[in-house]
Design a protein. Structure first.
Length: 223
């Protein structure tokens, strides 16, 4: 059962950020398991079980990140991550598919829906849908504008791809996107109520997941 993270969780995350080396981690490994890995597993399990029961048709799986960085991609950084996350996503090529996520870091936590790296063809199909029938995306954009939990983020093309009007301009000109909530570390993550918070947020995001997931079935547009 998820009972909330603790101040010790955050202390550990700051510790690994400031002491990112094997000797420090090995001497704090049991602390890592107790204050970070175990509550994260409990949170992921509870959220996934309830969300999957509510939306079984999405066919999602739960993936929990590892604290260890890929040794091939250190790029001068230490061997450990100073954050931990879980994602709810379909199995194959999930880095190029929309995914729900939750992530905890030393100073902030985030959750939402988005791509790690959307394929250019995916975003091209998205633009062609807007060109052909903007109403479904307009409905989603208005729903986002009428709430305060999530905001649209993502890298824009250096040269805009077009101007479908003020409502859809940002959506149209993203290379990739996330609908994200970011919050400073505080009471929300120390409470078991975090489970319901994530479930409510993910439920709001389901129509966006369905819209972007369905782009794969659109025919390849003319370039």
């Amino acid at each position: 059962m998820f009972n909330g993270f603790s101040e010790q969780t955050i202390d550990f995350l700051w510790g690994i950020r400031l002491n990112n080396e094997k000797s420090w981690f090995e001497s704090h490994k049991e602390e890592y398991k107790r204050v970070l890995e175990q509550p994260m597993k409990a949170l992921a399990s509870e959220v996934y079980k309830a969300f999957n029961e509510k939306y079984p048709e999405l066919g999602l799986f739960c993936y929990l990140s590892r604290i260890y960085r890929d040794a091939r991609r250190l790029f001068g950084r230490g061997p450990y991550k100073d954050c931990l996350w879980f994602t709810l996503a379909r199995g194959e090529d999930r880095l190029e598919k929309p995914s729900f996520w939750f992530e905890i870091m030393p100073a902030t936590w985030t959750y939402g829906l988005g791509y790690y790296s959307a394929k250019p063809i995916t975003m091209l199909k998205h633009r062609r849908r807007i060109d052909n029938n903007p109403k479904p995306m307009e409905k989603l954009a208005r729903a986002l504008n009428h709430q305060t939990e999530f905001v649209l983020e993502g890298e824009d093309y250096k040269r805009p791809k077009g101007d479908p009007g003020e409502l859809l301009y940002d959506w149209y000109n993203k290379k990739t996107f996330s609908l994200i909530h970011e919050e400073k570390v505080g009471p929300a993550i120390y409470s078991p109520d975090l489970v319901q918070r994530l479930l409510d947020g993910f439920s709001f995001l389901v129509p966006y997941y369905e819209y972007f997931s369905s782009l794969d079935s659109d025919p390849d547009p003319d370039m």
